[in-house]
Design a binder for this molecule. Structure first.
Ligand code: PBG
Length: 328
């Protein structure tokens, strides 16, 4: 029916009316907060390009986990910043690795019962060269080897599950890693640990601040031979289908705001639970505008998160998780 019988403004007249007809919601339980674990005690080192985000020693991370549980967040995503790195990222799969110890500490507290503790699975924070896999060099030429990297990623996932991770989340983009991780988890007696696959992770400039936070910038080259080309939507769907075929339980789309169309397309095509990662550069960019008074922090933050939910994400990994939950 046309105007004047139809007046869409009728349902916008009051806050109560708008609330009643709101289509998309943002429950705190749908928010996952990333934590960067480092060695030491009492360490809270702010990341310069990410105001309010810290490298935390395990004791501080435990306090942070308590605060997140009190806010009703859905969970945590753990990253590690080891003191020592090597060519093959040994710290990623060491039983005494930084995230393995962090997991044991966080899982031991009562508050953690309400949180899903997810461990990121990747080698880039642990390799001296900063790549997400094993580097084979031949003179000036180098290659990030797929299959040898997959073996180490599978080992990493099993080690994180053994240390108590509720979910393992591979973010490396090697081919075949989901099947290898599934097999490694099963063999390690962890058949019930789900895999949250960053199935179609794009090579993105928006990861810049994270690499400062995690000290994981590649020392040479870039990640374009393994992470996806931002131009490719159909290829993203192939990546996702492949990971589902290999046994992924859930999907994590990344980045979020510059790729909302990819999230929507994935939501339309696949029925797996799906999250999206509002990455470091998205957070940094909004914060830069907040600092200058160019955007209203609370409204812009919630609108950015809502856009990601509206695109089809069930849950959101975001550095705003605590701030947003405090408002919701
Ligand atoms: C590790 C990893 C990265 C991010 C999540 N896992 C960095 C990268 O791929 O370079 C980025 C997260 C963010 O930017 O907030 N591979």
């Amino acid at each position: 029916m046309d105007f004047p019988a139809t007046r869409l403004r009728r349902l916008r007249s009051t806050a109560a009316m708008r609330s009643l007809v709101r289509e998309t919601h943002l429950p705190p339980g749908a928010l996952i907060y990333p934590l960067f674990l480092c060695e030491g005690e009492g360490v809270r080192r702010e990341v310069s390009s990410m105001p309010g985000v810290f490298n935390l020693s395990i004791d501080e991370a435990v306090k942070e986990a308590e605060a997140c549980a009190a806010l009703g967040l859905g969970g945590l995503l753990l990253f590690g910043i080891p003191d020592e790195k090597d060519e093959v990222g040994s710290g990623a799969y060491a039983a005494g690795g930084i995230v393995q110890r962090g997991l044991r500490a966080i899982k031991a507290i009562r508050a953690a019962e309400s949180l899903v503790v997810i461990a990121d699975v990747c080698l880039c924070e642990y390799t001296s060269h900063g790549h997400c896999g094993v580097v084979a060099r031949d003179g000036d030429h180098y290659e990030i080897e797929n299959d040898s990297s997959v073996a180490l990623l599978a080992k990493t996932a099993a080690s994180l599950a053994e240390a108590g991770a509720d979910i393992v989340a591979p973010s490396d983009m090697m081919d075949g890693r989901i099947a290898a991780i599934r097999q490694a988890l099963d063999e390690a007696g962890k058949p019930s640990t789900p895999i949250l696959s960053y199935a179609s992770k794009f090579a993105s400039a928006f990861y810049g601040p994270f690499r400062e936070a995690a000290g994981s910038a590649p020392q040479f080259g870039d990640r374009r031979t393994y992470q996806m080309d931002g131009a490719n939507l159909r290829e993203a769907m192939r990546e996702i289908a492949q990971d589902i075929a290999e046994g992924a339980d859930m999907l994590l789309m990344k980045p979020a705001m510059p790729y909302l169309d990819v999230i929507r397309e994935a939501r339309n095509r696949f029925d797996l639970p799906m999250g999206a990662y509002q990455v470091s550069g998205e957070y940094a960019m909004l914060n830069a505008a907040f600092e200058r008074g160019w955007l209203e922090p609370e409204r812009a933050m919630l609108e950015s998160l809502l856009s990601i939910r509206r695109a089809g994400a069930d849950f959101i990994v975001t550095y705003f998780a605590k701030d947003a939950a405090a408002l919701l």
